[in-house]
Design a protein around this ligand. Structure first.
Ligand SMILES: [Mg+2]
Length: 458
């Protein structure tokens, strides 16, 4: 994984040092020596992560961070504050400015790599979501937007703490308990079961569990389907570096050193939970995007796009298998009058109800679609024109016999439907030809007084 990291520091030697260390890890590095310059680079969308020195003349790091987070174009850029002193008060100030993480000078190599990688993953997830939103627009799916896909807000998550020492887990519960729902498990084996059974947004594991290799739990969590995506945060002691490096190889997302500093734990947890939420939503949005592309949002039936991409296949199968194929086009009678008289909500109720009745009357191999407006089409494989007529007429009678409820069930209206039927005519026939003949039959049904089915005579 690579990312473009912007290093901001007023002292050139610091910039050079960080630059060399990040480049050794194959990150691309950009540099700035003051706040305004950094803001400009971010504004131009040149970087993925910002490593921001706090102490700078003129505009300090807190101010730069605040401005980045206040600007819509740069608010999603992860910011790591680099503080000279490891002071809790600095972290509080940083958190208030919107910082995503902290590093204190002198910067430890493992810390640098882990933080930058962790935030690069977060940035990738955010970018991917933005991309999906714009792809949705290109597909003409205007109801996909950032607001309804919902860029995650920082609301409460479910956190599992695996630690067997009371003072240690009590401190974590006290730090996170007011924001998240925290579950403590002291037995690692139980932790694995709980994590697989319940859905947690973050698992925090102490490396120092008595008589147990915590990394084994990490590896088990990473190998189970139910838990392989849950963020893992290790709690380490001074001198645990070798274990940490192994943990990170196993897929641990981040770590925190003892003594656990409250604000650092809050910030780390927040980053991991946000990334998990983003990824969850990404997966859901892919699902939604695919469904929206082929489903009619009002009735849940397949849409014209779906029909167009599948009808070719149906016709080929019929021709190759020398089987009949029929098409019925339904059109609700006087639908405009319903909308004019009872309003569009009533019209929508009727369309939805019609679609669900249609769905009940088709076989699973039939392809039922809403073509648009009040027009519906069913393609029926292995069905000749006579049988298609029978099915369509049964549907017509069912619609006419049972009035539709509107206005939350308070009123009912009688509705009728007309239909035209066509069938595949030889090897040179096309789906367009079939639709055209069914449409002509439908037109005849409308002209002859509606509430009837007419089959194409070809
Ligand atoms: Mg400085």
């Amino acid at each position: 994984m690579t990312a473009r990291v912007l290093v901001v520091d007023d002292i050139e030697a610091n910039v050079k040092l960080l630059q060399a260390r990040l480049m050794a890890e194959y990150f691309e590095v950009l540099t700035a020596s003051n706040g305004p310059e950094a803001l400009e680079i971010c504004q131009r969308g040149k970087c993925d992560i910002v490593l921001l020195d706090v102490m700078m003349p003129g505009m300090d790091g807190y101010e730069v961070c605040k401005r980045l987070k206040a600007n819509r174009k740069t608010a999603h850029l992860p910011v790591i504050m680099v503080t000279a002193l490891d002071q809790p008060s600095d972290k509080v100030k940083g958190l208030e400015a919107g910082a995503d993480d902290f590093l204190s000078k002198p910067i430890n190599d493992l810390a640098l790599q882990t933080r930058v990688k962790s935030l690069a993953r977060l940035k990738m997830a955010t970018d991917e979501l933005h991309l999906r939103v714009s792809t949705g627009h290109e597909l003409g799916l205007d109801n996909i937007s950032e607001s309804n896909i919902g860029l995650p807000s920082d609301h409460a998550g479910r956190v599992l703490v695996v630690d067997d020492r009371a003072p240690s887990y009590e401190a974590m519960v006290s730090a996170l308990g007011s924001i998240h729902t925290v579950t403590v498990v002291t037995n690692p084996q139980e932790a694995l079961f709980r994590a697989a059974d319940e859905s947690f947004d973050l698992v925090i594991i102490s490396l120092a569990i008595e008589n147990f290799d915590a990394l084994r739990l990490c590896s088990q969590l990473r190998s189970l389907d139910r838990t392989r995506l849950v963020p893992l945060l290790l709690v380490a002691n001074e001198g645990d570096e070798a274990s940490l490096i192994r943990g990170i190889d196993l897929g641990v997302n981040d770590y925190i050193n003892r003594p656990v500093e409250k604000n650092e734990l809050i910030a780390r947890s927040k980053t991991q939970i946000r990334r998990k939420r983003l990824n969850d939503q990404l997966r859901e949005s892919v699902q939604t995007t695919m469904e929206m592309a082929v489903k009619d949002s009002l009735t849940g039936l397949n849409n014209r796009r779906y029909f167009d991409s599948h009808s070719e296949n149906l016709i080929n199968k019929a021709i190759v298998g020398e089987k009949p194929l029929s098409l019925v086009v339904f059109d609700i009678d006087f639908f405009k009058n319903v909308n004019d008289t009872y309003g569009h909500l009533a019209g929508d109720d009727i369309l939805k109800n019609f679609a669900s009745r249609l769905n009940k009357n088709v076989r699973s191999e039939d392809l039922a679609c809403r073509f648009g407006g009040e027009e519906f089409v069913i393609a029926m494989p292995e069905t000749d024109v006579a049988l298609a007529y029978v099915v369509a007429d049964r549907m017509r009678r069912e619609i006419a016999a049972h009035p539709f409820l509107i206005d939350g069930g308070k009123q009912q209206i009688s509705v009728t439907v007309s239909a035209g039927v066509s069938s595949l005519q030889g090897r040179d026939d096309t789906i367009e030809g079939m639709i055209k003949r069914a449409d002509e039959a439908l037109y005849q049904a409308k002209r002859s007084g509606r509430n009837q089915v007419i089959a194409d005579a070809a």
